[in-house]
Design a binder for this molecule. Structure first.
Ligand SMILES: Nc1ncnc2c1ncn2[C@@H]1O[C@H](COP(=O)(O)OP(=O)(O)OP(=O)(O)O)[C@@H](O)[C@H]1O
Length: 759
């Protein structure tokens, strides 16, 4: 009887929400018709009006189009929340309702707000749905029984398409026996929220808009200025929060942030996993999510460096090495003699002279080398001219000086345009590209020669080895660490001159500095015309920040000179071995910006059973770091299995059998995580198992999650680098339901079934 009456109450409440949702959809359909009308109308209209008005109209059409598309795509959970509020103590101000109740002991609900992905107004401009990012929606996420504010009841509404299927309530004022329209307020708890945490995972992340928690909401809505730094263990929602924050910033100040938010992600895998979240929040196109290896246009990092090589490439010492490498690259294969014929004589600059000229061209300034080419041309002509007039007496009178000047000008015109001189210039001051400079470092001897104290001979050898596959021009695949070096080199080199630089350019006749600025100006104008990708952002969000090397921080910093920041990460998951060095690099990039710190404490991904195993590794990997608390129990302990035979075939068979077993246990995705050098092997284990299964190298698992994971060869992962235990910690924290740890003969489990490493 009791159950029956609860069901009736639940049905009644669901029906009530259904009525509201129906009203919302009716209104949305009206808006849809309106949007269609605007689109048609705009298409018909001729192009008149000021550019500003036209742009505004384009924007309107764009918005209407986007709206249309989104409504047609039919939202899941378009409307997901509701709060019932007490009477406010003050009228709302600037659209922000007061959060304090007039009378805290008043049990009556005075106001009900529905919260959804987008704001919807009724025909009288009353709110049918409030955008989740609006200030009025904040209490939905912030209210707690200790600090309820005006909220009496918070409700999460679950729907499928246009049908409401469930509600889940939190009563924030159990002391009140609250009422709504004179009847007792119903409170339904059907576990929808916990169910949603336990749902099967797919290969794309979902938004968390209906269940953002208070500590997360505080990050999402934090002021934009300066830098917001967020730490938290695995599964605490750092990535989710970072993405929701992007949507929030756009909502709050669209003009400022449209097109100007960059999200830097550690791997392309995490980019594709998270890509769908912003569109599901109604934000399409304005936010660029890019892997740290894809920040330089035209390059997609596809190689992995060994941990030893990565250590060198990521280090701030590379700046000095690259500076020298760029200069040295100019000299590789450079001619050692310049000979031209002019004024009836052979003029010659020998190696010593050329060296002196080169020194003068570079001077002490930091002008990018490619921009110095006009100066190189001029100083070479100077040197040749001095040769030409060496035996002539100095001009004495004004007339003589004028005459000499005229001769000089025609000398420049004549010599400077002749093939021998131009060919020489091309070879002596070639247009350098970052790739070409990297390729120059593939010769260990050369690298060693220029390395001097920047890197050790051993490190020079590692670097050279990692670039051996590049062609002379630097064609070939690069690593994510190389991309940061390319970016640094781009700055040191400047844009290479255009190939048709052979025409005489009046600019060349000006003095050095003018040449440089004029050239730069010309390039700038050119850039305006060609739609190249944005290089500066208004806000930069860094995910998995603990992994960035100093060189990567510099690269990101160059895209954020005017930006505000959100930086999320977990030092305990860092695969970079020198946290202090990375911290210093970050400090430099953020210099002077005020910082706001937040910590996230609840693990929403891993069930407690898995979190417990991970905590053991955490204690070894980052002693003293608190584990986030896991909110869910699945009632199944992680499995420890071991393969005693040393043959890889036996290990592979065991891994595959385990994957097959897990596929039967969970509805969603399954991953096997292996040491980086066993990736190819692991790909074989998963062959034919279908789309739900993936094989990942330890570093590729960053940020991802699966229903079930097999962590294969944990000792191998832990031994990969100095940061190995932290990488193992990452691997162990990927699963939402099931975890199997599969060890080899070198780490057999003890009597309790736990491998020694995990003690
Ligand atoms: N408030 C929430 N409601 C529902 N699900 C949540 C909430 N917060 C986080 N989650 C879920 O928890 C999982 C982990 O979130 P996320 O990947 O953002 O964590 P993270 O801190 O970035 O983890 P890691 O450090 O391991 O990369 C995701 O599936 C996310 O959807």
């Amino acid at each position: 009887m009791g159950a029956h009456s609860t069901d009736t109450v639940r049905d009644r409440e669901i029906a009530e929400e259904q009525r509201h949702l129906d009203t919302v959809y009716r209104r949305l359909e009206e808006k849809l018709a309106e949007a269609e009308y605007i689109l048609e109308d705009a298409a018909k209209r001729v192009q008149v009006g000021t550019p500003g008005a036209l742009a505004e109209r384009d924007a309107q059409v764009y918005r209407a189009g986007a709206h249309l598309q989104r409504l047609n795509n039919e939202f899941e959970d378009f409307l997901f929340g509701r709060i019932d509020l007490q009477q406010a103590d003050a009228p709302e101000e600037h659209g922000i309702p007061s959060q304090t109740p007039l009378d805290p002991s008043d049990p009556a609900v005075a106001e009900t707000l529905h919260i959804g992905r987008l704001g919807v107004l009724d025909a009288e401009y009353g709110p049918l749905v409030i955008d989740w990012r609006a200030p009025a929606a904040a209490p939905f996420y912030r209210a707690t029984p200790l600090e309820p504010g005006r909220v009496i009841r918070r409700r999460v509404i679950r729907s499928k398409g246009r049908r409401v299927i469930g509600v889940e309530d939190d009563l924030l004022r159990p002391d009140l026996s609250p009422t709504l329209d004179g009847t007792e307020l119903a409170v339904i708890g059907d576990g929808a929220l916990m169910a949603s945490l336990g749902r099967a995972r797919s290969h794309s992340m979902r938004d968390i808009v209906s269940s953002i928690q208070k500590e997360q909401d505080e990050v999402i809505r934090a002021a934009a200025a300066g830098a917001t730094l967020v730490t938290g263990g695995p599964g605490t929602g750092k990535t989710a929060v970072a993405l929701h924050r992007a949507a929030f910033l756009l909502y709050q100040d669209r003009r400022r942030y449209a097109g100007g938010i960059l999200v830097v992600s550690p791997t392309p895998l995490l980019v594709s996993y998270t890509e769908g979240v912003l569109p599901s929040l109604g934000e399409e196109g304005q936010v660029a999510i890019r892997a740290v290896g894809s920040l330089v246009d035209g390059i997609e990092a596809g190689r992995y460096d060994t941990p030893e090589t990565a250590r060198v490439k990521g280090s701030g010492r590379m700046v000095q090495l690259l500076r020298r490498a760029a200069r040295a690259a100019l000299e590789i294969g450079a001619p050692t003699e310049l000979k031209v014929f002019a004024r009836g004589q052979a003029l010659r600059l020998d190696a010593g002279r050329l060296k002196a000229v080169r020194g003068n061209v570079v001077g002490s300034g930091g002008t990018p080398l490619n921009l110095l080419r006009p100066r190189a041309r001029r100083l070479l002509l100077d040197a040749l001219w001095q040769e030409a007039v060496r035996h002539l007496p100095k001009p004495q009178t004004h007339a003589e000086r004028e005459q000499r000047q005229d001769e000089r000008e025609s000398f420049d015109d004549y010599v400077g345009d002749e093939a021998p001189f131009l060919d020489f210039l091309d070879a002596w001051w070639p247009a350098l590209t970052p790739r070409r400079v990297l390729a120059s470092l593939k010769q260990t001897r050369h690298t060693n020669r220029i390395a001097r104290r920047a890197v050790t001979p051993d490190e020079a050898r590692l670097l050279a080895g990692s670039w051996r596959h590049l062609s002379e021009r630097g064609e070939g695949e690069l690593s994510a660490h190389d991309v940061a070096l390319v970016d640094e080199l781009q700055l040191l080199l400047g844009e290479p001159a255009r190939p048709k630089a052979r025409e005489v350019d009046a600019v060349d006749l000006l003095s050095g500095l003018d040449e440089v600025t004029t050239y730069a100006d010309r390039m700038a104008r050119q850039r305006e015309r060609e739609p190249v990708e944005r290089r500066e952002y208004a806000h930069v969000i860094v995910d998995e920040a603990q992994d960035l090397t100093p060189m990567q921080w510099r690269m990101i910093g160059r895209r954020a000179r005017m930006a505000t920041w959100t930086i999320v990460g977990d030092p305990a998951q860092s695969s970079w071995p020198f946290p202090e060095e990375a911290q210093a690099a970050m400090d430099e990039v953020l210099s002077g910006k005020p910082r706001r710190r937040h910590t996230l404490t609840v693990n929403y991904r891993n069930p407690a059973e898995i979190a417990e195993v991970a905590a053991k590794v955490l204690a070894l990997a980052a002693p003293g770091t608190p584990s986030p608390s896991a909110v869910r129990h699945v009632g199944v302990e992680p499995r420890f299995a071991a393969v005693r035979e040393p043959e890889p075939v036996a290990f592979g068979a065991a891994a595959r059998a385990e994957l097959e077993r897990l596929l039967g246990e969970v509805d969603g995705t399954v991953a096997v995580v292996v040491p980086m050098d066993r990736r190819a092997e692991a790909a074989g284990w998963t062959e034919g198992l279908g789309e739900r299964v993936v094989a990942l190298g330890s570093l590729e698992a960053k940020g991802l999650e699966y229903d079930a994971t097999v962590v294969a060869d944990p000792t191998g992962i832990a031994g990969e680098s100095e940061a190995g235990l932290r990488v193992l910690y990452v691997a162990l924290t990927r699963a939402t339901q099931r975890l199997t740890v599969l060890s080899g003969p070198d780490d057999l489990p003890d009597a309790a079934g736990v491998p020694a490493l995990l003690h």
